[in-house]
Design a protein around this ligand. Structure first.
Ligand code: C2O
Length: 546
């Protein structure tokens, strides 16, 4: 196994998109950031130097971080942010994961431009569970704002309203040629007739689930979130922010140019949505075609409608592990966690915050009616490790305070969540089940729920209120998929299981950044304080302090 050393300099750089040049925060001046390529079993040592004007931290999304919680990266959870002028070196190992993950800033909305792929190939000397593709390419789906995303979220935080939606979706940083001034920079994906191509698709968008399809070509899905899956064929894939999907395509069509296109899957009831389509071009490099094909207009695929929940849900339900797996049974911890929006009354007192949300409120979101508040002078991990009192409370509830018809017409009185930095303690080694129940409070939406430090099995998903009697019979206890982000369906639920075998403090949150800011998060502490494996190690010397 190898050790890979990288320097990530966080710095502003000029980037031109949609006819306009902007100063954006980048890694090493690159947008999107550098793609890291490793083999399973390798170690990464990444020295992050902050030369930008904002606090920053970097998260290695989906990396298990076994016993390396200090390297996980979310600000105020496992570390204080790296201040302007500061630096921090992340050290961690890839253990047993293969496929595609990614990295991104985990600090306010910086991840709009600070992200890149983390490509994990099989261990040296080992091979893929499918014929080695002739070529491969990462496909990073993102969002672009004409304004500075940090200003967009600052303004929304001040006003209490919803932040402005982005001005374009992007593929590998480019909006594509359906947008003004974007034609010559459209992402090109070259292929030769007959070749098989591995696409490592990552949804790095801040706030949108996305459908992706390629005209006249079929995808064979072979992996997701750095686990292999039982291969299945589909013409369209859907990813929530945070999720990755590895697909094979075969160049079996007449040599020509074909659009690869992505657009929003926006399930929110009555919400406005961005229906613009971002494109890249799959370009056959075959000889008889060359000049003629390359000048022809690309063929456009059909994309599902923005609210096509049937297609989205059929797709997420198609995932299975490649073979029988050991699903944790005899559950020790059974949590029922509502995930949804809310509205906060205007805070009394003289802040510069205002209440320009619906009916003079501020937008909020919660898990089990707790709107998560990040600490500000310690990270949870530091506070837990040192035993600093008053930073968090250990009373995150195992179920919502009152039972109600979660996906029905929810009474106004249930719309205002409590605020708090509440964690849930999990005993090392405990077998955990979480029912993630979407709510229709204010509006029903999909929520891509991401858990740090773990992969989990998704046993089932469905619509309406989860019913333990009826729905437990739907659990896949044989070959459920292993993921780090679950797309909880709009007005529906997902059930996940994992074994708490990794000490640390681990945030679980909605990966729509607008929802994190509103409080759709909580954290688990896994640390028994006994036995070498069950306890957290001491922090690295250069860990940023607040
Ligand atoms: Cu991809 Cu907590 O994040």
């Amino acid at each position: 196994a190898k050790t890979h050393y990288h320097d990530f300099v966080i710095q502003a750089a000029k980037v031109k998109r949609l006819c306009k040049t902007q100063n954006v925060i980048t890694v090493n001046g690159q947008f999107p950031g550098p793609n890291l390529e490793v083999n399973n079993g390798d170690t990464l040592v990444i020295n992050v130097v902050n030369k930008a004007q904002y606090n920053v931290s970097i998260h290695w999304h989906g990396v298990r971080q076994m016993r390396t919680a200090w390297a996980d990266g979310p600000e105020f959870i496992t570390q204080c942010p790296i201040r302007p002028g500061g630096s921090y070196t992340y050290r961690f190992m890839i253990q047993g994961q293969e496929g595609t993950l990614w990295w991104h800033a985990h600090s306010s909305w910086l991840r709009a431009t600070v992200y890149g792929a983390l490509i994990i190939r099989p261990k040296q000397g080992e091979s893929y569970p499918f014929a080695k593709p002739k070529r491969e390419t990462p496909i990073l789906l993102g969002e672009w704002w004409n304004a500075n995303p940090m200003d967009v979220i600052r303004e929304a935080t001040r006003s209490g309203g919803a932040p402005n939606i982005s001005d374009a979706f992007t593929i590998n940083g480019q909006p594509g040629d359906l947008f003004n001034c974007s034609t010559k920079d459209t992402t090109l994906v070259p292929v030769a007739s007959g070749e098989t191509l591995l696409l490592r698709v990552i949804n790095a968008a801040l706030n949108q689930q996305l459908f992706l399809t390629i005209a006249n070509h079929k995808f064979i899905v072979v992996g997701a979130d750095a686990s292999y899956v039982k291969p299945f064929t589909t013409s369209v894939i859907m990813l929530g922010p945070g999720q990755t999907t590895d697909v094979l395509i075969t160049a079996d069509q007449p040599p020509a140019r074909y659009y690869m296109a992505a657009r929003a899957y926006a399930s929110a009831q009555g919400a406005t949505f961005d229906n613009t389509t971002t494109t890249a071009i799959l370009e056959y490099k075959s000889t008889p075609c060359q000049a003629k094909c390359l000048s022809s207009k690309p063929i456009m695929p059909n994309l599902p409608a923005y609210n096509d929940t049937t297609t989205a849900s059929a797709f997420t339900k198609s995932f299975k592990s490649p073979r029988k797996v050991e699903v944790p049974t005899d559950i020790d911890e059974n949590l029922f966690v509502t995930v949804g929006l809310g509205l906060q009354n205007c805070p009394p007192g003289g802040t510069n915050q205002t209440c320009q949300g619906p009916n003079g409120t501020r937008f909020a979101a919660s898990m089990n009616n707790v709107s998560f508040v990040l600490p500000s002078n310690f990270s949870l991990l530091q506070a837990h490790h040192k035993g600093v009192p008053g930073v968090f409370t250990s009373d995150f509830p195992v179920s919502p305070p009152v039972k109600f018809d979660y996906t029905g017409n929810v009474s106004r009185s249930l719309w205002q969540p409590l605020k708090g930095t509440k964690v849930y303690n999990l005993k090392f080694g405990s077998r955990v089940q979480i029912v993630l129940q979407g709510t229709s409070i204010f509006t029903a939406e999909n929520h891509p729920i991401h858990l740090h430090g773990y992969d989990f099995y998704i046993l089932a998903e469905g619509f309406g209120n989860f019913d333990p009697k009826k729905d437990s019979s739907k659990f896949n206890l044989v070959d459920p998929p292993l993921r780090n982000t679950a797309s909880v369906p709009v007005n529906g639920w997902s059930v996940i299981r994992f074994v708490a075998d990794n000490p640390g403090v681990w945030i679980m949150h909605c990966h729509l950044d607008v929802h994190i800011g509103w409080g759709l998060a909580m954290a688990f502490i896994v640390d028994n304080g006994v036995g070498e494996l069950q306890t957290l190690e001491a922090p690295p010397n250069d860990l940023p302090v607040c």
